[in-house]
Every structure is written in structure tokens, then in C-alpha cells.
Ligand binder design. Structure first.
Ligand code: ADP
Ligand code: MG
Length: 508
């Protein structure tokens, strides 16, 4: 080999060493970045962990806060509002109508009750509320609703029914914060969910509806004003008398339950013929230091329209779960390149909805095709390797599992408050009811898109309730799905309240 040949060989060797060094360097850097991702996911998992011991602490905190909220006005973040519903439906007969206003769609319902736990027929119509009406005047808003009801009745009865509904009782589910003054009256405290009809705030919502019905020539009587959780409890109780509580987990979340009237300490003058009273907990605002909060939750709260408010809701409800996942993926994208170049979409709030997150979580194709599709179409993230898609699924799982298990703890907290969890209530740890053979069958009605449509969420929730209660008590506690429960329940409450011409609950 000549000098030239040697020179070339040496140059080649140097070049290949350099290439190898670059490649090794890249691999090391890439491994380091991957390690960062794995560490961040592990940190998330640890911060969001819900071992059963922690869940039991949440159970206790929920029961204690419920007690405090009942003891005095403002005694807890839980408002524990009176609903003036003291008798839950059980065995009503006849045809009843209900309206449900609570979001972008409103619903009109007609149900035929056949007594003895039977619903003989139901018709439900969903109608979107035009965006312009959400910020109009109360007159325009309620005229729209009254007209829709009138058309519905005419359609159902081939134009023959308007005279037949004269004097008929109507249930009204209104899922906004309302200060109830009787079972059929209450004033709007504030609008939420994008509504802003200013002239309605602090007005009696039933009066507004009643006037609009008259303007449309509908002679009907609004006999019950309820929120969605109370409606769900009503229908649950109609179908199964062991139903003592109801939970809604949809866009937002809330719960209500049947309490002894004498336990409502802040309202000692409460007279109730049944000795009971449904309490609207407004549990979305529950807070406890035992809740496993992560830095992503803190950021979500700070950037929300209502910081320091609805802390529990922000960890568990449909409006927020997708956005928590988006925040985690955003951080992982900043710290590594496993999701490719940083997509600007990742910094857009609420761009990843909870149904899309659920679709990724439940993707069972071997190459996670659905995950890839949603990443591309929704977040503008393309050509993601399989290991990154797996990370995506893992993050969805951590966020959903925590949410479902916290709801489970909340439910057991309610059961604990009313002595239905087998421990004998919040003042003692003894197994009272159960050991003395008194543990009773207990049903909780559950409604809302997250529970009914997100299978993994529902399974995690059911599993956690059984885990917290333990195998001896769990068989006594049943969670029952109530689709459309809130509207049907309002019609039932209209039925059970129509028989009585005066309110049976008074505050002295
Ligand atoms: P609302 O709470 O507005 O009365 P729903 O009870 O129907 O309405 O719940 C709707 C919410 O449920 C949506 O905002 C969404 O977060 C959640 N949701 C609906 N479908 C699914 C799904 N397939 N997977 C996960 N979440 C869902
Ligand atoms: Mg709802």
C-alpha cells in the first residue's frame, strides 16, 4: 500500500470513529431523554397514587366535611343545600312532563308511570339551545323553552293534547346553582357553563318559566324544581326503594343523598313529614389535603375561570380529565422529543376532550392506531413511535384511575355519614350495623356521560368501591346506572308533589 493508500485508510478510520462517536452520543442523549420521560411519568404516577389507605382518608374527610356543612352555614366547602324534597317517589301513576335545562342541549320528557316501580312509557326529545339565547334575556330564553314544550305536547298527542294537559304538573330540572326556597321555587345564584342571562340572576326561575308557559297558552303547573343529582336520586328511589344517594359524573359532578332532618343542625326548625330531607351536597367543591394533587392540577386550577373553586370537580369530571392529560403530554414534549417537534396545539386549553382521551385509553389495536390518529388529528403530532403511544395510554390510565377512585371514596364517604358503610359512622370505628346483622342493602344511583360511556372509568370506580368497603360489606352496596335519570326524576317529583297542595316541608 502506498502512502496515499495509507492516508485514505487512516482518514476512513478517523471518519468512522467520528460517526460512531456521534451515533453513540446521540443514542446516549436519546436514552437520557427517554429516561426523563419515564421519570416524569413515574413522578406523575406517584403524585396521583390512590392506594386504599389514602382513599379511606378521603372517605373520612368527606364524611367530616358533610357533618361540618350541615352544622353551620359556611362551615365547610361543601354547601350541603336543602332541597325541600322530603318524600321520594315510590309508586306514582299517570302521565307527567319534565324539562331539563343544564347545558348546551335541553331535554323535554314525557313519562307514563304505572305505580309499583314501573315506567310504562317515556319519550325524550333533545334540542340544542341556540348560542344567542344563552346570553339573551330571560323572557326570550323561557319563551323558546315554553314553545318547544308546546310543540312537543302537540306532536305527542296529534294536536289533541293541549287541553288534556290543563293543570298538569311539570317537573323542572335546572342544573345551575339555585338557592331553593321550597320544592317548587328557588332563585338563581349565578350562571355557569357559558350562560349569561343577566336579568335572571337572583330571580325565581320557576316564576320565569311559569310566566312563559302562560304566554304560550300552556296551562301547566311547575310542581318541582330540582337539580340533576336530585332528579337522579328520585328516579333511583322510584325504581328501587333502597336507593339512598345519587351521583352525577358528566361534564361536571355533584351528589345528593337522603339525610335525617334532625341531622341538619344548621336548620333546627326544619319540619318534614317524613323525617328526612334530600341534601344537595354540591360536592364538586369538596377539598381535603388527602387528595392526591399534582403540579398539573395546580396549573389547571390557576389558569381556570374559577381558581380555588371546585377542586374535587377539577380532578374527576369530564370537563377536565382530557385537559390534565394534555398538560402532562405538553410537559413530556418540552422535555424530550418522543412526540416529535413541539406542537403548538399542546398549549391550547381543552383541545383534548375527555371522550377523545377515553378513545385513546381504550384503543386495543396492537399498534395503537386510534392513539396515532387522535394525536395527529387533534394535537398535530405525527409519526409517533409505538413506545410514545404507549406512554400516552399510560398517562390516560393514571388520570382516569385517580378520578374514578376518588369518586368511589366520595361515595363511600356519603355512606359513612349515614351509617351505611359498615363501620358505624364517623364517630366510631366499630363495625356496628354489620356485626349486629343490620347492614342493609344500599343502592347509589349514578348518572352522567363519564360513568355511562367510559367503560374503564366505570370499572375502576366499581372496583374501588368494593376495595374500600372490603369483601364483607361490598355485596350490600350496589351502584345503578340511571340514564336520563335527572329529567325523569323531575317528572316523578312533580308527580309526588302534585298530590299535596301545600309544601310539607317548612322552615320555622
Ligand atoms: P352533562 O354533564 O353536560 O349533563 P352528560 O352527562 O351527557 O352531560 O356528560 C357529558 C360529559 O361526559 C362530556 O362532557 C364528556 O366529558 C363525558 N363523556 C361523554 N362521553 C364520553 C366517552 N365516551 N368517554 C369519556 N367521557 C365521555
Ligand atoms: Mg347531565
Amino acid at each position: 500500500m502506498g502512502k496515499l493508500g495509507l492516508g485514505i485508510a487512516a482518514a476512513c478510520a478517523v471518519a468512522s470513529c467520528a460517526v460512531a462517536a456521534v451515533m453513540v452520543g446521540r443514542r446516549v442523549r436519546s436514552r437520557r431523554r427517554w429516561w426523563k420521560v419515564v421519570t416524569a411519568v413515574q413522578e406523575l404516577e406517584a403524585a396521583a397514587a390512590t392506594p386504599v389507605g389514602r382513599l379511606r382518608q378521603v372517605v373520612d374527610a368527606m364524611a367530616v366535611e358533610m357533618h361540618a356543612g350541615l352544622a353551620s352555614e359556611g362551615g365547610s366547602k361543601l354547601k350541603m343545600l336543602l332541597t325541600f324534597v322530603d318524600n321520594l317517589p315510590d309508586g306514582e301513576n299517570g302521565i307527567y312532563y319534565a324539562l331539563h335545562v343544564g347545558g348546551t342541549n335541553f331535554r323535554i320528557l314525557k313519562i307514563q308511570l304505572g305505580g309499583q316501580r314501573s315506567i310504562l312509557g317515556r319519550d325524550v326529545e333533545r334540542k340544542p339551545i341556540p348560542q344567542s339565547l344563552m346570553t339573551s334575556t330571560s323572557e326570550e330564553f323561557f319563551d323558546f323553552i315554553a314553545l318547544a314544550l308546546k310543540e312537543f305536547i302537540e306532536r305527542m298527542g296529534n294536536n289533541l293534547q293541549l287541553s288534556q294537559v290543563r293543570g298538569k304538573d311539570l317537573g323542572f330540572t335546572f342544573s345551575f346553582p339555585v338557592k331553593q326556597t321550597s320544592v317548587s321555587s328557588g332563585t338563581l345564584i349565578k350562571w355557569t357553563k357559558g350562560f349569561a342571562i343577566e336579568d335572571m340572576v337572583e330571580k325565581d326561575v320557576v316564576e320565569c318559566l311559569q310566566k312563559a308557559l302562560s304566554r304560550r297558552g300552556l296551562d301547566m303547573n311547575v310542581a318541582a324544581l330540582v337539580n340533576d343529582s336530585v332528579g337522579t336520586l328520585a328516579v333511583g328511589h322510584f325504581l328501587d326503594k333502597d336507593t339512598v344517594a345519587a351521583v352525577v359524573i358528566g361534564t361536571g359532578t355533584n351528589a345528593c343523598y337522603l339525610e335525617r332532618a334532625d341531622a341538619v343542625i344548621k336548620c333546627q326548625g326544619l319540619l318534614s313529614t317524613s323525617g328526612g330531607m334530600v341534601i344537595n351536597m354540591e360536592w364538586g367543591n369538596f377539598w381535603s389535603s388527602h387528595l392526591p394533587r399534582t403540579s398539573y392540577d395546580t396549573d389547571l386550577d390557576v389558569e381556570s375561570q374559577n381558581p380555588n373553586d371546585q377542586g374535587f370537580e377539577k380532578m374527576i369530571s369530564g370537563m377536565y380529565l382530557g385537559d390534565i392529560v394534555r398538560r402532562v403530554i405538553h410537559r413530556l414534549s418540552i422535555e424530550s422529543d418522543i412526540f416529535g417537534p413541539l406542537s403548538y396545539k399542546l398549549s391550547t386549553r381543552f383541545v383534548l376532550s375527555t371522550p377523545l382521551m377515553a378513545a385513546m385509553h381504550e384503543d386495543d389495536s396492537p399498534d395503537l392506531r386510534e392513539v396515532a390518529k387522535i394525536l395527529e388529528e387533534t394535537l398535530d403530532i405525527r409519526d409517533v413511535p409505538l413506545k410514545a403511544r404507549k406512554i400516552m395510554v399510560k398517562v390516560c390510565d393514571v388520570v382516569t384511575r385517580r378520578a374514578a377512585r376518588l369518586v368511589a371514596a366520595g361515595i363511600v364517604g356519603i355512606l359513612k355519614k349515614i351509617g351505611r358503610d359498615g363501620t358505624g359512622g364517623i364517630s366510631s370505628g366499630r363495625i356496628k350495623g354489620y356485626k349486629s346483622g343490620k347492614m342493609r342493602r344500599t343502592v347509589v344511583a349514578v348518572e352522567g356521560g363519564l360513568y355511562t360511556s367510559y367503560t374503564v372509568f366505570r370499572e375502576y370506580l366499581n372496583e374501588a368501591v368494593a376495595e374500600i368497603l372490603g369483601e364483607e360489606i361490598a355485596p350490600y352496596v350496589i351502584l345503578k346506572t340511571m340514564e336520563d335519570g335527572s329529567g325523569i326524576g323531575a317528572a316523578m317529583l312533580a308527580a309526588s308533589n302534585s298530590a299535596r297542595s301545600v309544601d310539607t316541608v317548612q322552615v320555622l
